[in-house]
Design a protein around this ligand. Structure first.
Ligand code: DP6
Length: 337
């Protein structure tokens, strides 16, 4: 019999971004066209409780963002979660209905995809419900298959690399360094609080239509080992240059895809200019930007307060979230219901 199980999992910020699916692979297998590297971030996490029971007459999914009332999940989001639940039902020969409740530590308007933390927490809670003894590699693969590929990186502690692999069994995340290895910080700078216009899912599907897509894949052959090296040597100067290059390239590909996708806004540019300015004064902060306008500033913990205070003075900044590197997905004993 399955048991009630609860998992906690962080979001992650990519230093090298996953953008586009590997040619010739099926979308459902979620195999990326390039390897990616990220850091788990401690203040942006999801807690998920799952319970299979004959008491439930239908599948029920609830989600609660920080400071908001719980909302019942319906439509395509519901279908996506249930497809993943069905994978576990099949693996464990179970036909009981499920109740899933998920809580996010960050506001829904933070522009941080709740899918990485959400799908990794869901996968671990489902595995926990069936008391499945999974190796980290297996958990990372199962999480990847949930649909949000970047979620497979949240499973592993600290600084993480998702290796492309050559098929579904070989595409998973591994550790580069534990969280305490380097006292980096990620300051999320929110400059827009509306829902993003284009999902990453859409971005992945049109990435190959950009004339710069293949070029980016070429450039990544050198950049990925250099980012690994920057982490291993704790070299923020090198890391900063590489992550900015990588973020700009992702957006270059997005902006030149057919049809084009524009994520940046005035606030994005304001933060980029701000960082260039503070670097001239010796304060090291570097930007990276996911599929939206908000900026993640990567800096050392010792400079975090100062950068936070200064960035908040900018015209377009709504709020910030301070993060440290952290461990990956875990089962916990405190259930949400
Ligand atoms: C730009 O397909 O993993 O964040 O989590 O829904 O955004 P979401 O989907 P996913 O794409 C992630 C795209 C990215 C880069 C990255 O995190 O590697």
């Amino acid at each position: 019999m399955p048991v009630k199980a609860t998992a906690i999992s962080p979001a992650n910020i990519a230093f090298i971004k996953y953008w586009g699916r590997k040619e010739g692979t099926e979308d459902k297998d979620v195999i990326p066209s390039n390897g990616s590297i990220s850091m788990n971030i401690d203040n942006c996490y999801t807690v998920t409780t799952t319970e299979f029971s004959s008491r439930y007459k239908e599948d029920e999914i609830w989600i609660q963002f920080f400071g908001q009332n719980p909302q019942r999940v319906t439509g395509s989001q519901f279908e996506r979660v249930i497809a993943h639940v069905n994978r576990f039902r099949q693996l464990n020969n179970c036909d009981l209905k499920i109740k899933v409740v998920s809580e996010n530590s960050f506001p829904s308007d933070a522009g941080i995809a709740a899918s990485a933390s959400g799908f990794s927490a869901l996968t671990m809670a489902l595995a926990g419900a069936f008391k499945m003894k999974l190796k980290l590699k297996e958990l990372s693969i199962l999480t990847r298959l949930a649909g949000s590929g970047s979620a497979c990186r949240s499973v592993i502690d600290g600084f993480v690399e998702w290796r492309v692999g050559y098929n579904s069994e070989t595409s998973y995340a591994i550790q580069i360094a534990p969280p305490e290895f380097w006292d980096l910080a990620d300051l999320v700078v929110v400059v827009k609080d509306e829902k993003k216009e284009f999902s990453s899912l859409h971005g992945h599907s049109v990435a190959h239509t950009s004339p710069f897509y293949k070029r980016r894949l070429e450039l990544l052959k050198k950049r990925i080992p250099l980012v690994r090296k920057a982490i291993n040597k704790k070299d923020l100067f090198l890391l900063g240059e590489l992550i900015e290059e990588d973020a700009v390239e992702l957006h270059l590909v997005a902006m030149s895809s057919k049809p084009p996708i524009f994520y940046w806004n005035e606030g994005t540019m304001e933060v980029i200019h701000f960082l260039r300015q503070i670097r001239k004064n010796g304060l090291l902060g570097y930007f990276t930007i996911d599929a939206g306008p908000n900026v993640h500033i990567i800096c050392l913990q010792k400079d975090l307060e100062k950068i936070d205070k200064e960035v908040k003075r900018l015209k377009n900044v709504l709020f910030t979230i301070k993060n440290s590197p952290c461990v990956g997905t875990r089962l916990i004993s405190k259930h949400l219901f």
